[in-house]
Design a protein around this ligand. Structure first.
Ligand code: NDP
Ligand code: MG
Length: 396
């Protein structure tokens, strides 16, 4: 029997990280944890190290690293602790590693994910922000290294499963007319518009179907998540923004669809549990048990669809405009959104102001070409400064 695959989980303490470790633990003969990373939840990281005995753990700074290293030694574990972005890049690209789960949230995930791409690893991509920021450079690096890039985002994993194997030849040459990207509509799909001005972070994070980290939960409430996913789909499947249509489907049972020129529409269905796309990508092209219960269509009973309302969800409009503008626009959109969402979660801005901040940032900066990673981070930094300026101008 072949040796178990060595897996690095970046963002192990998060929602996707924990679901990944749940699937891995079901298949010890197939997968072994090589490295885990955490950022603030370091006692959880220690517990994960005790359970999975990785060779490396990565934390953001030296004092935390010393504390964790002492605890690991006291527990009799061989795990070595590395520090910061350099540590993340090291465990993402180490020669022993077969696959990297990229599940750090936000722009912080970009460099380590790219390090894994450049080392030719199999990439399980949850960190959609990395692709939104630097899509052209990212996909160029994938082609250069020959990395296998597998989407974890449930919609993109669904699209991947419904696409023909040779979709890289171009959508029109494989007979694909449109990608139908489904969205639940989040917790505010039917909230009276007048109430949206006063919704709280906890209300925004109470997603009707999915349990996720707080940043992506707010993105789902504003539908910025679907906007980021539209951009993500364009890069993953070489689609134009106009070829990706957003469909609100409140039950989150259909995870997305592909519409072919002969009138066939293929969909992937399943219970809303991220362990399905994670297991799909881990084992691809094989299939393994994910621990997810079989879909009970009689319990689901009905599937509804509606068009998104851009008045209610201005972030979706802003993201589509950024997708169409291309170049630096998606990176600026993403960075402004990260600042705005963090401020909303801190209680410093109101929910409706998230879109206002992003709209202002995008209107103030011209779109420029992103020829290298420095240009990506410059665009990201500019957008963050402009968003912070909005906050200070409004006394937040
Ligand atoms: P969580 O907030 O639950 O987890 C984020 C992870 O990243 C944690 O391990 C966190 O560490 C770590 N982290 C946070 N900030 C930093 C930083 N600056 N540097 C290094 N590590 C950091 O998020 P999710 O698991 O929900 O999401 C992860 C990614 O997956 C996101 O990009 C999201 O868009 C995407 N995704 C998530 C889905 C979901 O169902 N949750 C679905 C589809 C995509 P710590 O917890 O220790 O602070
Ligand atoms: Mg998704």
């Amino acid at each position: 029997m072949s040796r178990p695959q060595q897996i690095t989980v970046l963002g192990a303490t998060g929602s996707i990280g924990l679901s990944t470790l749940d699937v891995i633990a079901r298949h010890p003969e197939r997968y072994q944890v090589f490295a885990l990373s955490g950022f603030t939840r370091l006692s959880e990281l220690l517990a994960l190290c005790v359970r999975h005995v990785p060779q490396f753990a990565v934390v953001p700074e030296a004092i935390a690293a010393r504390g964790l290293q002492d605890d690991l030694r006291a527990a009799g574990l061989p795990t070595r602790v590395l520090v910061g972005e350099e540590g993340l890049c090291q465990v993402a690209s180490a020669p022993e590693v077969d696959a990297v789960m990229a599940a750090i949230v936000g722009a912080a995930g970009l460099r380590p994910t790219l390090a894994a791409v450049e080392a030719g690893k199999k990439i399980l991509l949850a960190n959609k922000e990395a692709l939104v920021m630097s899509g052209a450079l990212f996909m160029q690096a994938v082609r250069k290294s020959g990395s296998v890039l597998l989407p974890i985002d449930s919609e993109h994993n669904a699209i991947f499963q419904c696409m023909p194997q040779d979709f890289a030849r171009g959508l029109s040459s494989v007979g694909v007319r449109r990608i139908l990207l489904t969205a639940s509509g989040g917790p505010f799909r039917q909230t009276p518009m007048a109430e949206l001005a006063h919704v709280s972070p906890d209300q925004a994070c109470a997603h009707p179907n999915w349990s996720m980290g707080r940043k992506i939960s707010v993105d789902s409430a504003s539908m910025m998540n679907k906007g980021l996913e539209l951009i993500e789909a364009c890069w993953l499947f070489d689609a134009k923004p106009a070829q990706v249509e957003v469909v609100i489907h409140p039950q989150s049972v259909i995870h997305s669809l592909v519409d072919y020129v002969d009138g066939s529409v293929l969909a992937q269905l399943g219970n809303p549990d991220m362990r399905t796309p994670i297991a799909n990508a881990l084992a691809w092209p094989e299939r393994i048990d994910s621990g997810v219960a079989p879909l009970d269509l009689f319990a689901v009973a009905r599937l509804d669809f509606e068009a998104p309302d851009e008045q209610r969800f201005p972030c979706l409009r802003l993201a589509r405009q950024a997708a169409e503008a291309g170049d630096s626009a998606p990176a600026m959109l993403n960075a402004a959104n990260e600042v705005a969402v963090a401020a909303f979660l801190d209680g410093r801005v109101r929910y409706l102001e998230i879109a206002s901040i992003i709209e202002e940032v995008l209107s103030l900066e011209p779109v420029v070409a992103l020829d290298d990673l420095d240009a990506v981070f410059t665009a990201d930094a500019k957008a963050r400064i402009l968003a912070e300026q909005w906050l200070s101008r409004h006394g937040r």
